[in-house]
Design a protein around this ligand. Structure first.
Ligand SMILES: Cc1cc2nc3c(=O)[nH]c(=O)nc-3n(C[C@H](O)[C@H](O)[C@H](O)COP(=O)(O)OP(=O)(O)OC[C@H]3O[C@@H](n4cnc5c(N)ncnc54)[C@H](O)[C@@H]3O)c2cc1C
Length: 487
C-alpha cells in the first residue's frame, strides 16, 4: 500500500493550490481525483473573477481569504505564467432604494481591508464604462479576472514538477482512521494510506467527510447558467459590471464578466437543484440571460451567443434559507475538512492553501526544500507573439506553421504541447483547457477531426482510444465507412 504524509482528495483549484503550497516542503504528498484530469469540477465552471472582498461579512473566513487571496494573485499568476488582469468592477445601483446597500458594501469592504474603494456618481461611471446604466456605483479597482483552468492546471503542473503525485480516475469510496494513519480505498480497489487527509472534494466534501465518520453539514447544489459571447464584443466592456445584490440572493446577480481570453460571459443564474452532476442549461434561463444581456449590452446580436454552460455552487444554506454560508475549514484529528467553498473560492484559493499548510504544521514538522523554485515557465501563445518570433518558431518547428483551430488561431505545435503536458489520460477536454483549441465560435466543428488525426498519427492514439472527458465518454462511436485502400 502506497503511503503518503498528506493525501489531498480533489484536483480542483483548492486541492491543487494546497498541493503547490505543500510542494515547497519535504513532504510526501499526493492528490487523488475521480475524474481523468485536473479542473473537471467546479473550478472550470465559474466567472473567473478575483473578487475584492466587499461582499463578505467582516470576520468571516470568506472575507479573510478573499482579501488575502486577492493580494496574492498578481505575484502567483506572474510566477506561473497564468493570464490575470486587475481590471476593476462597478457594483451598480439602478435606483435610490439600492443606495443603502451600496453604502453597506462600501463600509463592509473598508472593514475587510479592501483597498481604494469609492462610491461614484453617474458621470464618473460613464468615464469608466461609456453607456453603462445606473445612478451610482461602488468602484472596486482591486477586482481582477483570471483564467480559472489555466491557473488550476498550472498549480498542478508546478506541484507535480516539485514531487507531488497525481492519481487520476480513482474515486475514494472508503476512509478508515487507524490511530496514526488514514487508510483510503478507491472504487477500483486501490489502497493508499496517509497521515493527513485533506478533503477538497468540492460538491462531494460532505460525502467524503461522512466516509471518515465526520458529521459534516450537507451540501446543496445550486446551479448557475452562463452564455459565452463572441470575442467581437471584447472592447465593449472596460471593467466588470455587477448589479447590487438582492437581500436573500444566493448569487451576486446576473452580470457581465470579461474573460482573460476576450469573450464576455453573461450569468450566472441561481437555482437550487437536486443532482450534483446535472450541468445542463435550460431554455427558460437562457432566454432570460439573452434578455438581460440585451439590456446590459444593447449592441448584442443573436449571433454573438456562441455557447452556454453551467456550474454548480456547493452551498451550505438550504433553498428555503438562500443567501450564503461561510466556508468551513476544520481539522478533525488530521482529517482537514474544507466544505462550502463556493464563491469566492477561486479568489481565496492561495490564501486557503497557506492556512492548510499551517494546520499541517501542527501535526508534522515542515522543512522547506532548498531547491523549490516558485516559477513555472510555459510556451507563450503563438498568435500573441511578434511576427519575427513567429517566423523564427516556424523555422525551428514547421508544426507552428500549421493552424489547427482557426477560430482561436491554435497551431499543431501547440496542440501537441498540450497533449504532452496532460498528466493523466489524454481527453479532448484536457486538450481544450490547455491550449484553447475547440473553444472558439465553431466549438470544434473544424478542428476536432484534425485533432483526432493528429492524436492518431503523431501520438499513436487510435480512434477507439480517444475520449471526450474520460473513459466512459468515447469520442467516436465507430466508422461510417471503411477506409479505402487508396486513402
Ligand atoms: C457559477 C459559479 C460561479 C463562480 N464564480 C466565482 C468567481 O467569479 N470567483 C471566485 O473566486 N469563485 C467563484 N466561484 C467559486 C469557485 O469556482 C469555487 O469555490 C472553486 O472552484 C471550488 O474549487 P474546489 O477545488 O473546492 O472544487 P472542484 O473544482 O469541484 O474540485 C473538487 C474535485 O474533487 C473531486 N472529487 C469529488 N469526489 C471525489 C472522490 N470521492 N474521490 C476523488 N475525487 C473526488 C471532483 O471530481 C473535483 O474535481 C464560482 C462558482 C460557481 C459554481
Amino acid at each position: 500500500m502506497e503511503q503518503y504524509d498528506v493525501l489531498i482528495i480533489g484536483a480542483g483549484v483548492i486541492g491543487t493550490s494546497i498541493a503547490r503550497e505543500l510542494s515547497a516542503y519535504d513532504l510526501k504528498t499526493a492528490v487523488i481525483e475521480k475524474e481523468a484530469d485536473v479542473c473537471f469540477g467546479i473550478s472550470s465552471r465559474n466567472s473567473g473573477v478575483v473578487h475584492s472582498g466587499i461582499h463578505y461579512a467582516p470576520g468571516s473566513l470568506r472575507a479573510l481569504h478573499a482579501v488575502r487571496g486577492n493580494e496574492l494573485f498578481e505575484e502567483l499568476c506572474s510566477q506561473l505564467t497564468v493570464p490575470y488582469e486587475r481590471i476593476g468592477k462597478l457594483t451598480v445601483a439602478f435606483e435610490e432604494s439600492q443606495f443603502p446597500t451600496l453604502e453597506k458594501l462600501y463600509t463592509q469592504g473598508v472593514e475587510n481591508g479592501v483597498p481604494d474603494l469609492q462610491i461614484i456618481d453617474a458621470k464618473r461611471m460613464q468615464e469608466l464604462q461609456p453607456g453603462v446604466g445606473g445612478a451610482r456605483a461602488l468602484y472596486s479597482p482591486s477586482t481582477g479576472i483570471v483564467g480559472p483552468y489555466e491557473l488550476t492546471i498550472a498549480l498542478a503542473e508546478h506541484a507535480h514538477a516539485h514531487g507531488v503525485d497525481f492519481i487520476f480516475t480513482e474515486e475514494v469510496v472508503s476512509i478508515k482512521n487507524r490511530s496514526d494513519l488514514y487508510e483510503i480505498q478507491t472504487k477500483k480497489g486501490s489502497q493508499i494510506s496517509a497521515k493527513i487527509i485533506i478533503d477538497a472534494a468540492g460538491l462531494y466534501s460532505d460525502s467524503i467527510a461522512h466516509l471518515a465518520g465526520i458529521d459534516s453539514p450537507r451540501i446543496y447544489p445550486c446551479r448557475g447558467e452562463y452564455y459565452v459571447l463572441d470575442k467581437r464584443l471584447e472592447d465593449e466592456l472596460q471593467l466588470l459590471i455587477y448589479p447590487v445584490p438582492g437581500n436573500h440572493s444566493s448569487g451576486l446577480g446576473i452580470h457581465l464578466t470579461n474573460t482573460v481570453e476576450g469573450n464576455i460571459l453573461i450569468g450566472p443564474s441561481n437555482d437550487y437543484i437536486e443532482n450534483k452532476e446535472d450541468l445542463s442549461t435550460t431554455v427558460q434561463i437562457l432566454a432570460r440571460l439573452r434578455e438581460e444581456g440585451h439590456e446590459l449590452l444593447p449592441s448584442l446580436t443573436s449571433s454573438d451567443f456562441i455557447r452556454s454552460f453551467a456550474g454548480l455552487r456547493p452551498k451550505l444554506t438550504p433553498p428555503e434559507v438562500g443567501g450564503f454560508g461561510d466556508f468551513i475549514i476544520e481539522d478533525h484529528d488530521r482529517f482537514i475538512l474544507l466544505i462550502g467553498i463556493e464563491s469566492p473560492g477561486l479568489t481565496a484559493s492561495p490564501s486557503i492553501a497557506i492556512s492548510i499548510r499551517e494546520m499541517i504544521a501542527n501535526h508534522i514538522p515542515l522543512a522547506l526544500k532548498k531547491d523549490w523554485d516558485p516559477s513555472l515557465t510555459r510556451e507563450e501563445r503563438f498568435l500573441e507573439l511578434p511576427e519575427d518570433r513567429q517566423e523564427q518558431l516556424i523555422a525551428e518547428d514547421p508544426d507552428y506553421g500549421s493552424v489547427v483551430c482557426r477560430c482561436e488561431g491554435i497551431t499543431k505545435a501547440e496542440v501537441l504541447q498540450a497533449v504532452d503536458r496532460i498528466m493523466g489520460p489524454v481527453t479532448y477536454i484536457g486538450i481544450k483547457l490547455r491550449c484553447r483549441a475547440m473553444m472558439g465560435r465553431c466549438q470544434g466543428g473544424f478542428c476536432a477531426p484534425r485533432i483526432a488525426e493528429i492524436l492518431k498519427t503523431e501520438r499513436d492514439i487510435t480512434i477507439d482510444e480517444q475520449f471526450y472527458k474520460g473513459i466512459e465518454s468515447p469520442m467516436f462511436e465507430g466508422l461510417l465507412r471503411e477506409e479505402s485502400p487508396h486513402e
